[in-house]
Design a protein around this ligand. Structure first.
Ligand SMILES: [Cu+2]
Length: 478
């Protein structure tokens, strides 16, 4: 009896080795890294996810993404000028396969005011593609990359000031599907959390805009899923049937906050931790870093509304971080008895408080011209060169030159008021007209003094030393 069993086991083992080996070999022969064709990636708006590429061979995939700056709804009665990848917030979901060659086209619509680029965390290379994709309005940039690592990654604009471009809506997800694919589920959805820092308080009707001061303090007025308050609530809620399995591709764009992602009334059967290979099981709340992701999976056993929240709970009930999945079908008394109230946690008081801090003027000793030139170069390259270019030549039709700028040299304030307050409306530089918008920059007096000293004494300019006290007196005028 025992001998027979052993023989059987050996026979089975042998056949698996032979058979399994054979299968593996043929798979390997298919996926030898050779490209076998080209196709245009299907891109979707949240909460939709493109279908799996589902092919055995790596391919060349063309991705075309268009940047659009336009006003949309942030909450009921509240509008905001969003900067977007593809027209909506979050940006289009991109899905490719491990090993694919991605040919990426980034277009910046001619009506846009600013240059933009893209940093895809799925890219191995300088700036995640940001260096190869800096694009002025009315231009298209093209670059290519190989999707080396499988996983769920965020992408975002990385044009200075980076935080402002992200805060205005420039982010989305790219999923590099593992070669072997993922187990089949019934429904897949795309969810992305992010914050909005607005001049007007939460819910104040009208058009509002970005507030750099609140962004600095990481005190957002809005924390939302999929770009606006209620984007996936009520009639727009995601829908599934009882018994279906669900996979959520979740991103957290930040720019400032870490998300404690939870679905009220569900347990994640699986969490692909941080969007990578490691799978954790039976999780209530999973942490998603700013600029990070998670893939969560669960089965919907009971009917009703599942509520997605950032479990930093004031964000959910007071700043907008709520979304819903409606599960329809027959109840299962054993799993859940039927009380339909899902108010798990009711925070006391709902007043949103704003703390106005007076920023004390930092006392920094005045620097020499040589020192300012050194600091100024670094600060210029980090804050200004995205638009005015490293060589100060600007970009024709979009960003005026700082090199030999008659406009700059003629200004009584030595130009310090420009980064201090921002600049818009028609101006003439060296005989050419510009009508763009330069955002107000969040810089200290000392930093502006160094930048303007550098600008006024580079590329043929001769403008002498700018002191922090020059900037302070301009700042105090307002
Ligand atoms: Cu941008």
């Amino acid at each position: 009896m025992r001998i027979l069993q052993t023989k059987l086991v050996i026979a089975l083992l042998l056949s698996t080795i032979v058979f399994g080996g054979c299968v593996r070999k043929s798979k390997k022969a298919k996926d030898d890294g050779k490209m076998t064709g080209q196709y245009e990636a299907e891109l979707t708006d949240a909460p939709l996810v493109p279908a799996s590429p589902g092919y055995d061979y790596p391919k060349k995939v063309v991705v075309r993404l268009e940047v659009l700056e336009h006003v949309m709804r942030l909450a009921d009665g509240v509008e905001y000028n969003f900067w977007t990848f593809g027209g909506k917030v979050p940006g289009k979901f991109i899905r490719v396969r491990e090993g694919d060659d991605v040919e990426f086209y980034l277009s910046n619509h001619p009506n846009n005011k600013l240059p933009h680029n893209i940093d895809l965390h799925a890219v191995t290379g300088p700036g995640g593609g940001a260096e190869g994709s800096m694009t002025a309005p009315g231009h298209t940039s093209q670059f290519s990359f190989k999707a080396l690592n499988p996983g769920l990654f965020i992408y975002h604009c990385a044009t200075a000031p980076v935080g402002m471009h992200i805060a205005n809506g420039m982010y989305g997800l790219i999923f590099v599907e593992p070669k072997e694919g993922l187990p089949k589920v019934d429904k897949e959805f795309y969810i992305m959390q992010s914050e909005f820092y607005t001049k007007a308080k939460f819910g104040t009707p009208g058009l509002t805009s970005f507030d750099m001061g609140k962004a600095f303090d990481e005190q957002p007025d809005y924390v939302v899923f999929n770009g606006s308050v209620g984007a996936a609530m009520g009639d727009n809620a995601m829908q599934v049937k009882v018994g279906e399995t669900v996979r959520l591709y979740v991103g957290n764009a930040g720019p400032g906050l870490v998300s404690s992602f939870h679905v009220i009334g569900e347990i994640f059967d699986k969490v692909h931790v941080e969007g990578g290979k490691l799978i954790n099981e039976n999780i209530g709340t999973t942490l998603i870093p700013a600029g990070g992701t998670a893939i969560v999976e669960f089965k919907c056993e009971t009917p009703g509304a599942l509520t997605l929240v950032d479990h930093s709970i004031f964000r959910a009930f007071n700043k907008g971080a709520l979304a819903q999945i409606k599960v329809v079908g027959e109840g299962n008394q054993e799993v859940y008895s039927g009380k339909q109230k899902d108010m798990v946690y009711q925070p006391e008081g709902s007043a949103i408080q704003s703390i106005t801090k007076a920023t004390p003027a930092a006392v920094v000793p005045e620097k020499s011209q040589a020192e300012r030139m050194l600091n100024g170069k670094i600060l210029f390259e980090g804050n200004c060169a995205a638009c005015h270019q490293v060589n100060g030549e600007g970009l024709p039709g979009a960003f005026p030159p700082l090199a030999n700028s008659d406009y700059l040299m003629a200004r009584a304030d030595k130009g310090v008021g420009i980064p201090l307050h921002g600049l818009s409306g028609k101006i003439k530089v060296n005989g050419k007209e510009y009508d763009g918008v330069m955002p107000q920059m969040q810089l200290t007096d000392d930093e502006i003094a160094s930048i303007m000293t550098y600008v006024r004494n580079s590329w043929g300019n001769k403008g002498g030393l700018v002191k922090a006290s020059d900037v302070k007196s301009e700042r105090d005028k307002k």
